[in-house]
Unconditional design. Structure first.
Length: 118
């Protein structure tokens, strides 16, 4: 099992920045992802990072604005969000995957609310 705890959400004005953190514990995993779900919408992929290599992937909607990173020694994942827009408002979840081959994520955090005001 992997336990994931997100923090760092909050209310910010459009154009502002937030950094989300994800504390991971338990067994090892190979990939950490960030997802978000806005009210009335399906959950969507935001970004992911391969835990050992640091290779990153981003959704087109956040490229150039968001940066995913990890502190390997502390088992922490981060999502730096800059130039925030009202459409970024959502509950943000971090998730961990056991496989680099499958797109499935096996463990999920409880989520943290991000609200961007216009």
């Amino acid at each position: 099992q992997v336990q994931l705890v997100e923090s760092g959400g909050g209310l910010v004005q459009a154009g502002g920045s937030l950094r989300l953190s994800c504390a991971a514990s338990g067994r090892t995993f190979v990939r950490l992802g960030w997802f978000r779900q806005a009210p009335g919408k399906e959950r969507e992929f935001v970004a992911s990072i391969r835990w050992s290599s640091g290779t990153t992937f981003y959704a087109d909607s956040v490229k150039g604005r968001f940066t995913i990173s990890r502190d390997y020694s502390k088992n922490m994942g981060y999502l730096q969000m800059n130039s925030l827009k009202p459409e970024d408002t959502a509950v943000y979840y971090c998730a961990a995957a056991n496989s680099v081959v499958s797109s499935r994520y096996d463990y999920w955090g409880q989520g943290t609310q991000v609200t961007v005001s216009s």
